[in-house]
Write a protein that binds this ligand. Structure first.
Ligand SMILES: [Zn+2]
Length: 111
């Protein structure tokens, strides 16, 4: 990886550790040319399925849109945010494990 300060190609990893939740790897790097240090994070890149809308058009899956939908549906109802987050997590998990999930107005499929 290039040094963000001097753009030299020669940087080395001086420390790697897994984040507390196990979802990220944090690496401390040092530039061999200018000796500056920087941190990079490594995470899993997940390709989420596309959303097939009611009219047949497709859109990228967007967690925020799902959240907006939930908020709209639950407007002025006493549902804790943590429940909504958990529900969205379950939907995302279902996507990733089965490749599809059906809802009343949208059908989600993996492509
Ligand atoms: Zn450098």
């Amino acid at each position: 990886m290039k040094c963000p300060f001097c753009c030299a190609d020669d940087t080395s990893v001086i420390d790697s550790r897994v984040s507390e939740d196990g979802q990220k790897i944090r690496r401390r790097r040092r530039c061999q040319a200018c000796d500056k240090r920087f941190t990079t994070y490594e995470t899993v890149e997940l390709r989420l399925p596309q959303v097939v809308k009611h009219d047949g058009s497709r859109a990228e899956f967007d967690r925020n849109k799902l959240l907006t939908g939930f908020k709209r549906a639950l407007h002025k109802r006493p549902v804790p945010t943590s429940y909504v987050d958990a529900a969205i997590d379950r939907i995302v998990q279902k996507f990733l494990s089965t490749g599809s999930a059906k809802f009343r107005h949208v059908v989600l499929v993996k492509v």
